[in-house]
Design a protein. Structure first.
Length: 170
């Protein structure tokens, strides 16, 4: 009888091992799936934006690549691209393109962290998935450039550095 129990224990241990391995594979695939979903969302929003611009008569044939430190120089205007400068001390939301300025102003006025879906109606856009995703993309860009913080995924606040710089000394 001891050999039957021993055999069951070995099979149970082997099954546990396979379950643990499958759990690790699922976790890895879940991360990959989420990354691909995010990529698909960004591409979908980009396509919708390009379609909107084309419908408005804006040429979308060639779009300059965005750089982390792109700044307008010489007053030139690039059609179809809005540059968002990296925040530096002394800059205010007026240094941003209008839609980004509106987003930062809404966040600055909010008493607590805000989700993209709560910002969209406050900046005058319809609460459609494409508008929410486009706004989320802008929020992420503002975080990357130091204008906002994202303390919890999906919740945005004014940048602590920017808020500290705006406080009067003393």
């Amino acid at each position: 009888m001891g050999s039957l129990i021993g055999e069951l224990e070995e099979r149970q241990a082997a099954a546990r091992s396979r379950v643990a391995e499958l759990d690790r594979e699922i976790a890895a695939l879940t991360v990959r799936l989420e990354a691909e979903r995010n990529r698909l969302e960004r591409l979908t929003v980009t396509r919708e934006t390009l379609d909107e611009l084309a419908a408005e008569g804006v040429s979308v044939g060639a779009v300059a690549p965005a750089s982390a430190e792109v700044e307008s120089v010489g007053g030139g205007r690039v059609v179809g691209v809005q540059t968002v400068a990296v925040w530096r001390e002394g800059m205010t939301s007026t240094d941003l393109p209008p839609v980004y300025r509106d987003i930062v102003d809404v966040i600055d006025d909010a008493p607590e962290p805000v989700q993209a879906k709560r910002i969209v109606p406050r900046i005058g856009l319809p609460a459609q998935t494409s508008k929410i995703e486009g706004t989320r993309s802008k929020l992420k860009r503002l975080v990357e450039r130091g204008w906002l913080d994202e303390p919890t995924p999906g919740l945005f606040t004014a940048s602590a550095r920017r808020a500290a710089a705006a406080r009067p000394p003393g």
